[in-house]
Structure formats: C-alpha cells, structure tokens
Design a protein around this ligand. Structure first.
Ligand code: NAD
Length: 311
C-alpha cells in the first residue's frame, strides 16, 4: 500500500459528537486531511517533494466553480500545490487534448483532473482516457477502473473510496452484510459496489429499472444511494439499525438535499450521513489522498506507520 491513513485518528471524528446517529463527513474529512498533511509534510521534509494537482476547467459552469474552489482550498490546507487551468468554453478538442498531454509530460505535476461536465462538443470519455493513469487522481481512467475491478487499484474514484473510509472509520462491519447500492454511474455506483464486494459484503445494485426498490432497501444492512433524485428513498423503507449513506445532492428551495428522506430515515438507521456535510467533504479529502498516493507511486515510495519508505 502506498498510503493508508491511520484509522485510529479517524475513529473519534466518525463517532458523531452532537448526535450519535450522524456520520459526520465534515469531521472525518478533516481528520483524513490531517492524515494526508502528515504524509505531505514527510515527503517535503525528507525528500523535498511537493505534490502538485492541476484542475482543468473548460467553460464557466457555476456549480463546477464551487467544486473547484473546494479542491483548491483543500490542497492548500494539506500542503499540496494546486493550479486551475481554465480553458474557454469554445476550446477545440485539439487544444484540450494538447493541454492534457502537456500536463502528462510535465514532471512537476502529479495529479490531473478534468472538471466535469465539459461542454457538449467535447468527448468526455476520450478526454479522460488521455490523462495518464498514473496522474488520474479522479480514478476514472479505464486502466484505474480495471485495476479496481481486479482489486489491485491504487488510485480509485474519490466518492466511493471516501464512503469506504467513512464506513471503516465508523467501524461498520461489512463482512457478510447485505449492502444495497442505488445508482450505477461509473463515478459512484459501479465502483462503490465493487469496493463493497471487495470488503466481503453481499451487494445488490439497484437502478432506475429496478422493480420493488423498497423491497431491496428493506433488506439492506448498508444502503448507499447515488441517484440525484431528491428524497427517493423513504424513511419507512429502511431496515431498523441499517447504515445509510446518502451521496445525492440536489437543490430545493435554495437548500441542498439528498436522495434520502433524512429525518424519517434517521429514526430507523443506526447511522446516517447528512446532506450537506456527509459524503461531499469526503470526496474532496479523498482527492487529496489520491494526489498523495499518485506522488508516492511516481517516486516508488510508501508511507507506513508514519514513516516514509522505499516501496
Ligand atoms: P448519474 O445521473 O450518472 O446516475 C444516476 C443513477 O441513478 C443511474 O444509474 C440511474 O439508473 C439511477 N436512478 C435514477 N433514478 C432512479 C430511480 N428512480 N430509482 C433507482 N435508481 C435511479 O448520477 P451520479 O453522477 O452517480 O450522481 C448521483 C448523485 O450523486 C447526484 O445527485 C450527484 O450530484 C451526487 N454526487 C455527489 C458526490 C459527492 O461528492 N457527494 C459525488 C458524485 C455525485
């Protein structure tokens, strides 16, 4: 392993100080960022290496601007250098590809991320495939998704990996448990199911064509919902004592809400992530973790028990 956070340091944060049922993503993300910072400091102090992340943005999507700001701010907190590379909305395929190629070849850059969505005239999948797998800190390149499938991943999609970190920080038993994942996108649902299987859960994947969604949710010890359909999952569907992870983010009446009917679900769940303040902060903190991992990988290094070692 290149780098794994010290989970003891994450455990207190996952306990939900104000409300024991809340799985507080902000607190766990803060603890994870702190762990990453320890690693980044080690790299800098012992080897003079400072990880660098470049976020490529095409056009001016207002929601993306907020996400990019969070990524840049998180980088500063953990000591990772970051840069926003902003291209105009009418950027040609050739210019986007040349930009990604240049970043692949730039030795000072360890992580390259193409902020989605990109304008429609550009091919998202093709562009992602151009990012070198060793710098693909989003973990969306087919090589990295394939490695995840073979359980040999080093850089894995941030959102599901962040969910796994939260579950482990909370000491949620996964072995032999029934996990139900709702949503099958390549950025959340599919890699999420793979990670849960790897952790010895029995996994059911549900999606928009699933019949009897309440029936599946009712059997779940762990439910992960990533659909973008506000309050799709009703509180009454949740099995008593289940762990509920709400990935969804929608806007209603100027506030953010998730895919789960939060208050009702909380009555039955043993723990539940809020929206906002649940999975979202974990995604950004995991991006920092991935950037550190990509940097260690490049230099054939690993961090174990707080020590920087040859891999
Ligand atoms: P997507 O649109 O790519 O996929 C949605 C999935 O939900 C599809 O697989 C679809 O089959 C399924 N679905 C839709 N309606 C359904 C229904 N009625 N019943 C069952 N399944 C249904 O979405 P995505 O990119 O995976 O994002 C999902 C949500 O998660 C969005 O709200 C997004 O904003 C949010 N998200 C949050 C984070 C984070 O860091 N918190 C990261 C990524 C995505």
């Amino acid at each position: 392993m290149t780098f794994t956070p010290n989970f003891e340091a994450l455990r207190d944060a996952a306990l939900g100080v104000d409300d024991p049922k809340i799985l507080d993503g902000r607190a766990v993300a803060k603890a994870l960022r702190n762990e990453v910072k320890i690693g980044v400091d080690l790299l800098r102090e012992e080897r003079g290496i400072v990880p660098k992340l470049v976020v490529v943005v095409v056009g001016e999507d207002p929601a993306s601007a907020v996400y990019v700001r969070h990524k840049v701010q998180a980088s500063a907190v953990v000591g990772i250098d970051s840069e926003r590379r902003v291209l105009p909305a009418n950027t040609s395929t050739a210019v986007l590809h040349a930009t990604l190629q240049e970043l692949n070849e730039d030795d000072s850059v360890n992580g390259v991320l193409l902020q989605l969505p990109i304008p429609e005239h550009l091919d998202e999948v093709k562009a992602m495939e151009l990012i070198s797998p060793s710098k693909d800190v989003d973990g969306f390149h087919h090589v990295n998704l394939g490695r995840l499938m073979s359980w040999a991943g080093v850089i894995e999609p941030c959102t599901p990996r962040g969910v796994m970190t939260m579950l482990r920080a909370r000491n949620v038993e996964l072995r032999g448990k029934h996990a139900v994942v709702i949503g099958r996108s390549v950025i959340v649902g599919r890699p999420m199911a793979q990670m849960l299987v790897r952790a010895d859960a029995t996994v059911t994947m549900c999606h928009r064509y699933t019949q009897d969604l309440p029936g599946f949710v009712g059997q779940a010890d762990i439910v992960v919902v990533a659909t973008g359909v506000p309050e799709l999952v009703k509180g009454a569907w949740i099995k008593e004592g289940a762990v509920v992870i709400d990935v969804g983010i929608s806007r209603r009446d100027g506030r953010l809400i998730g895919d789960v009917e939060f208050e009702a679900a909380k009555q039955r769940a043993s723990s539940i992530t809020p929206v906002p303040g649940g999975v979202g902060p974990m995604t950004v903190a995991t991006l920092m973790e991935n950037t550190l991992r990509a940097t260690l990988l490049k230099h054939d290094l690993k961090i174990e028990d707080g020590q920087l070692l040859e891999a």
